[in-house]
Design a protein around this ligand. Structure first.
Ligand code: NAD
Length: 347
């Protein structure tokens, strides 16, 4: 199949591109490199083989039309979007505009060209703060920040389109906490500035870029008082998209799947696992809880196991080892990453 990945140069998109190429698909990437770099395209090429890539905004209908004219697209995986929760609280319009307009323009172009299959990147954040883990797809939703609302709104857009258009298929994947990197060390997560997420933070402490890890709260009602999350290796997550595309070939309408391991680890357990796996020490300090954080978040993964035939296979040690391998090989991340940052600096 010819599969278009919007945001395909990003962290999850690049790993998914590799898995799809390995499965024999043609991959076409549309990315505006707002949070990635063109260098990633050549790295995907090195790991997996040839792909096509366009420097374009998925919200630009004319540019999307050009891509659909050039390639006979069979299905779309829509990764494009901004993802920083704290930034979304400070700049909500930036998030609503980009995350909604990129999906809507993509859907309009798909409709114009008769493409009826989309896989959408959603997030465990849509379970909000009032549910108790494990979270299953039938639970109620709610959000505490604009980023989360954009995901829920996009889910609603897809639900309504699937109702209105016979033959349309939308598979919504709610990711838990993707971590790790490709085992080649050529692809990985490249956050800008001080990382928001635990694993990249630990990596930067291990490399000496940051002095100490801040752990936000050790008084949660959990086994050691620190927050529990469901960490999933990005390569397992990428393989979940391959399964979702197979599922979409045989089903119509909209379906939601959690992609996690179903197992929760505390912050301290992740720190210890990273130290053990890599023989390094991670100094840390306990600081105040972060507003909006829940004590425990992990997935009920039975639906993805039964219906998609997908299960995460990699361990926490694998995640820690691959994350560190990536960090050591790419201490400064990718070259020229993050167009917005470069523009903001007048570069
Ligand atoms: N990483 C996570 O923890 C996580 C968790 C849940 C959901 N998600 C969602 O998964 C998707 C991929 O996440 P990621 O971690 O790979 O993020 P990422 O920032 O690494 O990748 C997103 C990519 O989309 C591109 N992009 C953004 N807006 C665009 C636009 N309008 N047109 C074209 N390209 C655009 C960026 O340049 C980037 O390459 C996002 O939608 C994110 O919200 C991520």
């Amino acid at each position: 199949m010819n599969i278009l990945l919007t945001g395909g140069a990003g962290y999850i998109g690049s790993h998914t591109a590799v898995e799809l190429i390995n499965e024999g698909h043609e991959v076409i990437v549309v990315d505006n490199y707002s949070n990635s770099s063109p260098e990633i395209i050549s790295r995907i090429g090195k790991v997996a083989g040839r792909l096509a890539a366009y420097d374009a905004d998925a919200g630009d209908e004319e540019k999307m039309r050009q891509v659909f004219l050039k390639h006979k697209i069979d299905a779309v995986v829509h990764f494009a979007g901004y993802k920083a929760v704290a930034e979304s609280v400070q700049q909500p319009l930036k998030y609503y505009e980009n995350n909604l307009s990129s999906l809507i323009a993509t859907l309009k172009t798909m409709k114009a060209f008769g493409v009826d299959t989309i896989i959408f990147s959603s997030s465990a954040t849509v379970y909000g703060t009032s549910q108790t883990a494990p979270f299953d797809e039938g639970m109620g939703t709610g959000c505490t920040n604009p980023y989360g609302w954009t995901k829920l709104m996009c889910e609603q857009v897809l639900r309504d389109v699937a109702k209105a258009e016979t033959g349309f298929t939308a598979v919504i994947l709610r990711y838990f906490n993707p971590v790790g990197a490709h085992e080649s060390g050529l692809l990985g997560e490249d956050p800008k500035g001080i990382p928001n997420n635990l694993m990249p933070y630990i990596q930067q402490v291990a490399s000496g870029k940051l002095g100490k890890l801040s752990i936000f709260g050790n008084d949660y009602d959990t086994k050691d008082g620190t927050g529990i999350r469901d960490y999933i290796h990005v390569v397992d997550l990428a393989k979940g998209h391959v399964k979702a595309l197979q599922y979409a070939q045989e089903h119509r309408g909209m379906e939601v799947f959690n992609l996690g391991t179903g197992k929760g680890y505390s912050v301290l357990e992740v720190v210890r696992a990273f130290e053990r796996a890599n023989g390094v020490e991670i100094p840390y300090q306990i600081t105040a809880r972060r507003k909006g954080d829940v004590a425990e978040s992990y997935a009920d993964v039975s639906k993805a196991q039964v219906v998609l035939g997908w299960k995460a296979g990699k361990t926490l040690e694998d995640m820690c080892r691959d994350a560190w391998n990536w960090q050591k090989q790419n201490p400064e991340g990718y070259k020229n990453s993050g167009r917005m940052q470069r523009q903001a600096k007048g570069l």
